[in-house]
Design a protein around this ligand. Sequence first.
Ligand SMILES: [Ca+2]
Ligand SMILES: [Ca+2]
Ligand SMILES: [Ca+2]
Length: 1009
Amino acid sequence: MRHLIADFDAGPKSAWEKFDSNESGWNPNLRELRLWPTSGLATTSRVDARTMDLRCRRLQSHQLRLLGGSSFSSPSEIPATPWGANSAQTVCMSYHVGAKEQYQSQSMFRRIRVCLLLALISAPGLSGADFAMKVTDKNYLDTQGFSVFLYDSTYHPVFVDQKNTAMEMILHGQRIATNGDVRLMPTPEQWDLVATLKSRHADKANSRLTADLAFPTFDFNYTLEVAAEPGGVRVSINLDKPLPQKLAGRAGFNLEFLPSIYMGKTYLVDGTRAGIFPRTPNDPMVTVLPLAGEPKKAYYLEDWDKAKGYTQPLPFTRGKSITLGLDDALARVNVKSDTADLMLFDGRNRAQNGWFVLRSLIPSGKTTGAIVWHIRPDVIPNWTRPPMIAHSQVGYAPGFSKVAVLELDPKYNGPKTAKVLRLMEDGSYKPAFEGPITPSTSWLRYVYSKFDFTPLKDPGLYVIEYADQRTAPFPISNDAYANVWQDSLDHHLAEQMDHVSVREGYRVWHGASHLDDGRMAPVVGEQFDGWNQATATDGKYKGGDHIPGMNVGGWYDAGDFDLEEPAQLSVIQSLALAYREFHLDYDELTVDEVAREVQMHRPDGVPDTVQQVKHGALLILAQFHNIGHAIRGTHEPDLRQYTHLGDGASKTDGRIYDPKLGPNEAKGDYSGKPDDRWIFTTNNPYLQWNAIAALAAAADTLKGWDDALAKNCLETAIKAWKDAKAHPTQYPAGGGLGGEAPAGAPGGGVLAASQGVLSGAQGGRNPGGSSGAPTSSGTTSAQTAAPAGFGRGGFGVGLDWAATLELTIATNGAEPYKSRLKELFPQMITPQQMDLHGWTAVRALPYLDASAKDQMREAVKTYMAALDNRLDATPFGVPPSLGTWGGSGAVLDMAIRMYFLHKAFPDLVSPEYTLRAVNYILGMHPVSSTSYVAGVGTVSKTKTYSNNRADNAYIPGAVIPGYIIIKPDFPECIDDFGFLWFEDEAVVAGSASWVVAGNAADAIIKESK
Ligand SMILES: [Ca+2]
Ligand SMILES: [Ca+2]
Ligand SMILES: [Ca+2]
């Protein structure tokens, strides 16, 4: 490769001609042409590759790469306006030779200074520089622009395949490939057999990563080795003895590529055979029966495999060398196999969340080098990641702090100042503010600087500009937060309502669902998604019996359709709090529980928060009245239903199962189809006490709207309180919650079934939306991963606190609740508890002695003294997201907690904490500045892991978990892909929390006016 740099004051054609004359004309092997201005373009260099000529991609700073290969035959093919139109000024690359003045005199064109870099390649195919990767101190292979991880993450003990395990590749800031390891199927799914990791090693001296792995039941042991070689890595599978005969034709090395990057783009096989990655899977399917001697799977997995017919797709192409994404300079990668053919499969033939799978079968008889691949990504020399400007996508309020966080490549050498431009009525941008950015601080793989533009107070529309990056426009307005939460209440939560139909204009989101709820779950041991039934009988019911009256109320938990008890209790409490704290009489929803009909955009005179609280209370009351206590929840009986996407009403037949009827027989409200959901009746003290709290909160909310139901809620809560005090609920044997395995217990269940062994890995604590575990929030059941530095534990303290508080409020300070409140108060205001539920003690103050407020003041002082230090652990000033699931739940909790503490002790607690947390949700977070609330803000996440994800769509107001750290150091939240539940799965508890947090932010702005 030769780099020829020409530097001119004139336009590109002039530069080109100069090059052309100097270099004896067009070189037929020209592979690419790069142009970039060297100065003076800070305000005109914004590029949007999607709207530009497709051959033009921004690489970094002012660089452009113009792609075209051999079809790129003359300077006139250089696309016009490669730097994009920016107001009236357009950069033109294709003509105008001559004096500078000519450029300046024409408004369409702007004089630029251009460097031409021509990469002349004499050999065909990919090359890039022949870089040499090194093993870093974090034990992965790395070169500038490209990293390879090997088993920094392992398969999840509950969910198994999360698409973030084994060998993973990060190219130009995107994780393009994952799950690189031996698999026994072309396109395995979530629960299919995975290898057991025995050990792994990072060899710095030889620039090599190795993992020792096994499929124990097949006595199949091997080493996966990834070694640096010039221009890429050599991946090999080395067996200790030849492949067991029964695995011939089954065991292969798989590497999965992210479909959102590659679909619609090109591939080339063996240099000649061209193709396009399909948008829609459409490959011949064949039956691949389970292997003889394959480890016995859990019953529900066997059922599911059978239901699907054991099908696998055939490859859509095969060859010895495949280049993926020729037309994407950021994702182009070539793979060559020295051994068996490469085959490319589309995993989406089996499941919408599938990826493109590149695979080679392990040949029989070979040991060392059974598989050898050479992976050559086309790494752009000296590539640096473009700066990311994290800011609030709904804007800012005039009188409050305005800070953007710049996430920068450590090798990026950018300007030391940033600007804010005002978007004028005529569409032009006018400089409004310029200021320094702070010296950078390092966190994981990037460095961060802050840009404070607080002095800017004039209401209007603005953009932030740093280097060649310009944000989307955002307002500065006193109404900045006035419309951030409504979608969560009236779209997401409404859409998730079970047992009713939900209509929006012409569209039916879903019909009245699960009218056949439900049958008492049989004791089947650990079920999928972390569910477990500990008891065989409950009251007058036994496993398999229909429990009447349970087909009312509740919300689908998340991207699936189960009724998670902690989520229900949390939503009720959050919305009851929002209604009472903010006098939330917002009404745009018609809810008719009798007709089982909900209509959006149609007010009915009843506040929507009240109606949602009622919808939750109906379900909890049904549990108490029909079963006698709070329960673990209602869940799918099988994986066919669990994986269902689309209309919840078509998931079951809506008819109650009658074993006397034939499988396809129906009679009135009954049928012979055992598809009714299972009701997991197991109870525990956490659920019971929180159900009491939820019913008491509902009672206080519903009074004046539905007095009979309010009375029912209160009496039920009071009776349950008495029962719980007289006969405390015990945690069921064998696990904390619904029989869930406690942390640290040997991992059984799915993974063991999958591997045929007890893994001895972490226990079955479920971090997902279906966890029954108490969380740090009580407002978000989903994100249970503990943020570092935010103490867990202490859940046992004041288990009855929330119930006590809500009963005190609902009874206006009656006994025995008030005395118990007084008794618990000191335990709740310790710093540790303050971070959990302790802050809610401010709501108890009206019922306590005057001295309580002083005690609380001291407690808040102590809490605040330590808080900033902890929040400074990341550049974003909120709890970091270091767990299996994105950490937005903990940030929502922070927003709510700090609002209430601020309101009670404004001199101790600034309102900025709540705004900072809310701004984080709205875009001021790592990776990208995309708002985590679907549809809210100028740029927001519009592909979520919701029940419409098969349409690559979202439900407005869904709040995603957000970024996680792909171990060891890669923060990720992929904007245009919605199938990673740990990044994208919105839970109802999150939406309800957001209703509180969004209102809190708005209240803070309004109180200051
Ligand atoms: Ca309403
Ligand atoms: Ca049924
Ligand atoms: Ca769930």
